[in-house]
Design a binder for this molecule. Structure first.
Ligand SMILES: NC(=O)c1ccc[n+]([C@@H]2O[C@H](COP(=O)([O-])OP(=O)(O)OC[C@H]3O[C@@H](n4cnc5c(N)ncnc54)[C@H](O)[C@@H]3O)[C@@H](O)[C@H]2O)c1
Length: 259
């Protein structure tokens, strides 16, 4: 796909992966619709990028809110790229120290924000991308979802998160198959551990050393720019479709994650 002149909607566009993707796609000539719950973060990225960057406050758990962001993206031009990279809560262990079961509501919440909201974004994005004229190749656009390596090797306390991310991995192929007649691709990125604001309270150097030690090579956490680099490649390489790509330096989680 030719990114130049395309419109990209980035859900979670104020966050680590989202902001890096917005910067990268904007630098490659796309107009970017930065969609995020956090007004301060989203506005900061839109202001930094200037022309061709718009922020719309969005709650991805609310369908009307998603649709409003998509409508705003369509006003910028032909919507061709959807990047789904919003964050959400973690979950507890299945039994606590007193063998009490985790609240079912905490599981449901994680599924709602990571899995259900991803599908809601995907289907509404697909309908909007379907309205764009196809390129000569027949391609209309691409949806890039974000899973996690927890989809494959979830750690202690990650039942809900792993189930949600596993759901995103599993729906990638049928989504690509559903959208193929329209020339819309679907690809999922499954990141390892990346140094982003998702690790709110931790010291970045300590974090990088702790997680980096578990990565075969390179011995550090990933950088959001590396995620964004892959987003650009996924957008540009029309032959990537229906696939989940691990981006993890070869990391495989142990039960506790790193040690
Ligand atoms: N950072 C990592 O190591 C890592 C690894 C694997 C997978 N991931 C996944 O990548 C995605 C993004 O992670 P990140 O590290 O960039 O996180 P982040 O915390 O830096 O950014 C997430 C963004 O999502 C926004 N957000 C939260 N709830 C929202 C809602 N209801 N509606 C709209 N926006 C909302 C936040 O305001 C924030 O700007 C998540 O799905 C995460 O599970 C991250």
């Amino acid at each position: 796909m030719d990114i130049q002149g395309a419109v990209a909607l980035i859900a979670g566009g104020g966050g680590g992966f989202g902001a890096a993707s917005a910067r990268r796609l904007h630098a490659a000539g796309a107009k970017v619709l930065i969609s995020d719950l956090d007004e301060a973060k989203g506005t900061a990225i839109a202001d930094e990028l200037g022309d061709g960057a718009v922020f719309v406050r969005t709650d991805v758990t609310d369908e009307e809110s998603i649709q409003a962001a998509i409508d705003a993206a369509l006003e910028l031009g032909p919507l061709r790229i959807g990047v789904v990279a919003h964050g959400g809560p973690g979950g507890p262990r299945t039994l606590d120290r007193d063998n009490q079961p985790a609240p079912q509501a905490s599981f449901d919440r994680v599924i709602a924000i990571f899995l259900q909201a991803t599908y809601n974004l995907d289907r509404l994005l697909a309908a909007a991308i379907a309205r764009s004229e196809p390129a000569e190749s027949g391609e209309r656009g691409v949806i890039v979802n974000t899973a996690s390596i927890a989809a494959y090797d979830g750690t202690i306390g990650q039942t809900a998160y792993a189930a949600a991310k596993g759901g995103i991995v599993s729906m990638t192929l049928p989504l690509a198959r559903d959208l193929a007649p329209l020339g819309i691709r679907a690809v999922t990125i499954a990141p390892g551990t990346f140094l982003t604001p998702a690790y709110r309270d931790a010291d970045p150097e300590q974090l990088d050393a702790y997680w980096g030690a578990a990565v075969p090579f390179p011995k550090r956490m990933g950088r959001a720019e590396e995620y964004a680099q892959l987003v650009q490649q996924v957008a540009e390489n029309v032959y990537l479709n229906g696939e989940t790509i691990r981006l993890d330096g070869g990391l495989r989680f142990t039960p506790k994650g790193a040690k």
